[in-house]
Design a protein around this ligand. Structure first.
Ligand code: AMP
Length: 437
């Protein structure tokens, strides 16, 4: 569906034309008209489907049609992570370029003074992480009494991160007669209950469940002993194609350790996890997004929502214990109609987690043969913070080219991946990743 059929305001149409969107994605096609009709909407969409625009465009449209830029917060978006909050703010700044509305972001981990100043000067649209917003409400620095529309983005992540109480408090500070939108990749019981309590006759919109992983991602798994994971990884990331690579580890400690090990081989990486300061996190992400560093190692803090254009490869150094996390992780690649690849390194003690993932995504992941064959029967590490085998010995990577890996055709994954069912028309958008002002 062409955007012009959605009858959005001229200012929005001009903004999205400038960004380069032409066709609405499936979630946009369904969500935008419903939100424009003032309905409460639950959106179940896989990552990278264009869901930010799906909620932001119709609400900005509503602001243009019914409100004045009076610098009172009318539109509030709650995001679980700081990185996602910044990304949503950046998108919204692009969408409101031709309007007088002001948008800003409030997040933890940085000094609150500048945020208080911004709130005092007034804004129309606020994107916030829950913890800092609650602090500022309690200090009477943030007034949500004019909020007409609230979006809970990545609601299931907020639940995982223990934010539900904060979210409920924030909602209680907004207008009772408001429009509530909730986006979530999954619908656990607690989120269903939350939706029932805070939403008014919501309609649920979802993209087809069988498309739970992005269609254009080639997924591979390498069975390998833990002690050989880093050696194999080095070979995989040293190939001559050199895409941008995001490597996920299960723990913060594991991320730091892997970065150290790779640096011994002159492989430069940036690292992002919850123990890093906010300025470190911002720098790591921006270095990675701008291509200054080619490889980023992350915990699941970067698994959701984060939009990294041209990310060619996601590597699961550890298999995630929660299958949904796998979907989020690999959803960092193949964004906006592009293709991408994910490689999972699976030791014997992670095979059960892999099976759970395959059950969720409803297909088997292609097994790749390689020289570090799995021989050990490992026990799952008891302590969560110790995922890397302490006795692991790293050997220098081979100088000669790694053997070409032959794919075990135990599934027919590749022929399923040629169509982009998410509806992105790859030739149609030009500079959708334009950075915000
Ligand atoms: P999101 O799922 O909101 O993180 O969006 C993923 C990426 O798709 C972002 O880079 C968006 O700018 C881009 N995008 C969103 N909607 C469209 C569209 N209709 N056409 C092309 N790109 C889009």
């Amino acid at each position: 569906m062409k955007f012009k059929e959605l009858k959005l305001s001229k200012q929005i149409m001009n903004a999205i034309e400038k960004i380069g969107y032409e066709e609405a994605t499936p979630i946009q096609e369904l969500a935008i008209p419903a939100i424009m009709e003032n309905k409460d909407v639950i959106g179940l969409a896989q990552t990278g489907t264009g869901k930010t625009a799906a909620f932001a465009l119709p609400i900005i449209d509503k602001l243009i049609r019914t409100s004045k830029p009076d610098k009172k917060i009318k539109f509030l978006i709650i995001s679980p992570t700081r990185e996602l909050a910044v990304q949503i703010r950046d998108n919204i700044l692009n969408y409101i370029e031709e309007t007088e509305f002001k948008c800003s972001v409030i997040l933890g981990g940085v000094n609150q003074e500048s945020q208080i100043r911004v709130l005092k000067n007034g804004i129309d649209i606020l994107v916030a992480t829950p913890g800092r917003l609650v602090d500022l409400i309690k200090q009477k620095k943030a007034d949500l009494s004019n909020v007409e529309t609230i979006v809970l983005d990545e609601a299931d992540t907020m639940l995982d991160m223990g934010f539900i109480k904060d979210v409920k408090f924030i909602i209680s500070q907004t207008k009772e007669k408001r429009q509530t939108l909730l986006f979530s990749a999954t619908m656990p019981k607690e989120i269903k209950e939350l939706a029932a309590n805070i939403m008014n006759n919501p309609i649920t919109i979802k993209t087809k469940t069988e498309e739970i992983t992005a269609d254009k991602i080639i997924e591979e798994v390498y069975f390998v002993d833990t002690k050989n994971k880093t050696n194999l990884l080095i070979e995989l990331i040293s190939n001559k194609e050199k895409p941008s690579i995001l490597i996920f580890t299960r723990t913060k400690h594991g991320a730091n350790k892997l970065a150290e090990e790779l640096s011994e081989f002159d492989i430069k990486t940036s690292v992002i996890h919850g123990n890093k300061t906010q300025s470190n996190r911002v720098k790591a992400l921006s270095d990675f997004k701008t291509g200054k560093t080619r490889i980023m190692i992350a915990t699941d803090i970067a698994a959701r929502g984060i939009d990294i254009t041209d990310l060619g490869l996601v590597i699961n150094y550890n298999i995630p214990e929660k299958p949904e996390i796998y979907v989020h992780r690999i959803g960092r690649t193949a964004r906006a109609g592009k293709s991408g690849k994910s490689i999972s390194l699976c030791s014997s003690c992670e095979q059960k987690d892999l099976k759970d993932i395959e059950k969720l995504i409803k297909h088997n992941i292609a097994v790749i043969e390689h020289k570090y064959k799995m021989v050990e029967q490992e026990q799952k590490p008891k302590q969560k913070s110790r995922t890397v085998n302490a006795n692991k010995k790293i050997v220098k990577p081979l100088k000669d080219k790694p053997k070409s890996y032959s794919s075990n055709k135990r599934n027919n994954y590749s022929n399923k991946r040629n169509n982009d069912k998410r509806g992105f028309s790859t030739t149609k958008f030009k500079n959708y990743n334009r950075r915000s002002k």
